[in-house]
Write a protein that binds this ligand. Sequence first.
Ligand code: AMP
Length: 488
Amino acid sequence: MTNFNDFGLAEPILRALTEENYSTPTPIQAQTIPFALQGRDIIGIAQTGTGKTASFALPILNHITKMRMRPAQKSARVLVLSPTRELSGQIADSFRAYGRHIRPLAVELAIGGVPINRQARGMARGAEVLVATPGRLLDLVNQRAVNLQQVEILVLDEADRMLDMGFIRDIRKVVAMLPKQRQTLFFSATMPGEIAKLAGEMLNDPASVSVTPESTTVERITQSVILTDRASKPGLLVDVLKAETIDRVLVFTRTKHGADKVVKQLEKSGFASAAIHGNKSQNQRERVLGQFRDGSLRILIATDIAARGIDVDGISHVVNYDLPNIPESYVHRIGRTARAGRDGVAISFCDHEENAFLRDIERTIRIKIPSTDKRTGGVRQAAEPAGHHHANGRHRGRGGNGQNRGHQGNGHRNGQGHGHGGQGRSEQPQRANGNHNGGSHKGNHQNGGQHHGNRQPAAVAGTGQGKDIGGMKFMQRGPSRPRSHAPR
Ligand code: AMP
């Protein structure tokens, strides 16, 4: 499909798309919309940024216009579950934008962080579309402010993040309240076993669609690590902010408290920044995000959870002030930069206690991240046991400015095995059976052989195999290091 007119969407929707200046469907839209219009269940592997929202919103709006009926009180005809407030807000906005010529069209939001009573009132007369985070939705159901028995279409968005955030039980509870007879559209950026299992329980003869994102591939992100002491991190961040040419930087901390602390430390050094995390009110978060988007705020400090669902273009830098203990979070974090075809820089601070996290991250992404050693001597000794003979160059202490750019490995840009923008796959019919592993190619990671002294960040392509995390493809280096010889 090269044109939205080819789908047979209703005229008010086509008019809205013209106004939005959408001329060509994205690959996920081209694949998903025809199946969804047929009423099929969908299992879709796609990340934010691929046009996924419209891929479900357009056929849903089409269903609403073709089958007009007044929603029952407290009921929604369509339920969209999403992991975060921000993403939920963006989804609701998309429904409103694409549905602006469909009247009446009630799109309600049920998210935490804002007063529940207003949401209960909003649902009193029923809604065509309810976009919700699982926890708040269950609260509303328990208060009898929402009734889920009239739901005709369920969308589960970013299922893998739901899993990360511990929402899977809530989702099962919600699904148990829905009519069995319904259409379900299920989207996830990756398909780990638990998610495939959930899909298997929820979906009925789903059509499988999948795309690899066009832009956010790791080869355009220059990654580096600065080995440091914990106490030096505040000063190091200031150094990095001074040394780098930054359009917008997203700084990740592990905790909410840590985020606030960084804001204060930066303020002392004359840098204006703001933090977003779960303790901030929805208004504060939206105001700060708005400033970050419009460029009036250049430095945003966030925790992993708060950063989910933020879709801001033009983030030139990601700084991991603290390394995440979950390797996949690293991938999600650095994927905030290098969007929309631009380059990006990801700099990670790694203190002594985070060495194990770095090791896990490098094992997961199968890339050795170039590092600069800025630790004091004592800690360095402690970090590397005597007799460790691994000539990995990590501790050579390149010194310098905390940047370690331009370490693009040979083979890094040859494109082999990388996701090529939007070349998707579409199969039908296919039952979710746990085999949807998100295009993840399991590399033969334990195949022996060593790469002593290899300082290239890039996996050496050539095997055509890579690991796909969060829609980003990481090439396997070959031959890889056995675990026992991991550098730290
Ligand atoms: P999403 O993956 O749904 O978050 O969409 C990413 C961005 O792409 C959003 O800003 C959409 O407004 C935009 N978008 C979605 N579909 C199209 C399209 N067919 N043409 C142009 N822009 C689009």
